[in-house]
Write a protein that binds this ligand. Structure first.
Ligand SMILES: [Fe+2]
Length: 399
């Protein structure tokens, strides 16, 4: 894991502050009387996340290397860990089991003030972890916000962009080559699962020029498949349930589905999902770099939109793949496993290792709610194959 002992933390301090503004703005989207709701049955109530981001930073940094005594040990524990949706049975806690908003707000202020007073003493990698952990929650919290009824959310938002047109689909040939995965040690910050860098030989294959659209998936549903989780049927017509409103099904948007649904569509279409190495080669070439300049507004990441944009809205890369990054994570057929030489972070040993259970699959790219700081070729995301709340889509592949 890289260290930068002589580098000042000022840039990271600014990044932490901007990540805090980002998550604060998200919480302010929820009507105050809805903060004790549980929009996703398998997860904690919203109120947990109000305390979790600060408790995580406190436990990781202040209680960790700086060894600052606890001022509210009960909250340090209460807000330490989320619920793994794999756990048996749904959580049964009541709103009254949680502290008041005033108590949480006082805890959060004290954590922020204490941490801000010692930021220059914090090992830079721990600040990267705090910032990226918060930004990842900014995304997964958006999944939760998405499931909340419209009348419990507030704030301005632009109308969703969809043309209503179907997208002409085609396949792009990718010559075989060496896919580059992971990060070299001593390079920029990465999570434990991004190490070590290695290459995987990939045979020639073909992959969808575009992400699979709602319009294409509609034919699968009309043939009897279960509808994707973000679709709603009203008097025989399909609608898309967006973050703030329902709109007629946008046929040119990427379809958001679980990995199981993505794999089922691919096999119905006599194709398959690409592996992680195949995605890596098709998206980043044998140099392993983002070969085209990305624009958060055009490519739809870094919180520019609440919902997708058409799959045709981005540029194509050197192979002719359109939108290799942004507008929805892309499912792969690859089970989430450690790279050769993997070592867990000693200060966060379960971050990746808890999910090497053969039941989680790798997704790559970025969604509309993925922060730019997380957009790098080596970044890996993962969920259970049946988890339905993720902004994840897919491409089909074939030999
Ligand atoms: Fe967390």
């Amino acid at each position: 894991m890289p260290t930068e002992p002589n580098k000042s933390n000022w840039e990271l301090a600014a990044a932490l502050e901007s990540a805090r503004l980002c998550t604060d703005a998200l919480f302010s989207r929820i009507r105050p009387d809805s903060l004790y709701e549980r929009p996703i049955p398998e997860r904690h109530r919203i109120v947990f996340y109000l305390g979790h981001l600060e408790a995580f930073d406190w436990n990781l940094i202040c209680r960790g290397p700086l060894d600052i005594p606890s001022f509210q040990a009960k909250f340090d524990g209460l807000f330490a860990f989320g619920i793994d949706p794999d756990s048996s049975g749904l959580p049964q806690d009541k709103p009254a089991d949680w502290p008041s908003l005033e108590e949480i707000s006082a805890y959060n202020s004290r954590v922020r003030n204490t941490l801000d007073g010692v930021l220059q003493e914090v090992p830079p990698d721990l600040l990267h972890v705090a910032i990226e952990h918060r930004l990842m929650h900014a995304e997964t919290f958006a999944y939760m916000l998405h499931q909340l009824p419209f009348d419990q959310k507030m704030g301005p938002h632009a109308a969703p962009r969809a043309s209503g047109r179907r997208v002409e689909t085609s396949m792009v040939e990718i010559p075989g080559g060496q896919a580059v995965l992971g990060l070299p040690k001593g390079d920029a910050f990465g999570w434990d699962n991004e190490y070590l860098r290695h290459t995987i030989a990939v045979a020639p294959f073909a992959i969808g020029k575009y992400k699979v659209t709602n319009g294409e998936y509609l034919a699968f549903v009309e043939a009897g498949a279960t509808a994707p989780p973000f679709w709603v049927s009203r008097s025989g017509r399909w609608f898309y349930r967006g973050m703030f409103e329902e709109i007629p099904l946008p046929l040119d948007w990427p379809v958001y589905v679980s990995q199981e649904q993505a794999a089922a569509y691919a096999s119905w279409a006599a194709k398959r999902l690409p592996s992680e190495a195949e995605y890596q080669l098709a998206a980043f070439g044998s140099g392993g770099e983002i070969g085209l300049s990305l624009d958060p507004a055009r490519d739809n990441f870094d919180f520019q939109e609440w919902d997708p944009v058409p799959v045709t809205s981005s540029r194509q890369n050197q192979f002719g793949i359109v939108q290799p990054v942004g507008n929805g994570w892309e499912w792969t057929s690859t089970v989430f496993q450690p790279f050769p030489g993997f070592e867990p972070f000693p200060f966060y040993s379960g971050y990746s290792a808890n999910f090497f259970d053969g039941r989680h699959y790798v997704m790559k790219g970025a969604s509309p709610r993925t922060a730019a700081k997380l957009v790098r070729p080596s970044f890996r995301n993962w969920f259970r194959s049946s988890y339905p709340y993720v902004y994840a889509t897919f491409r089909v592949a074939e030999n």
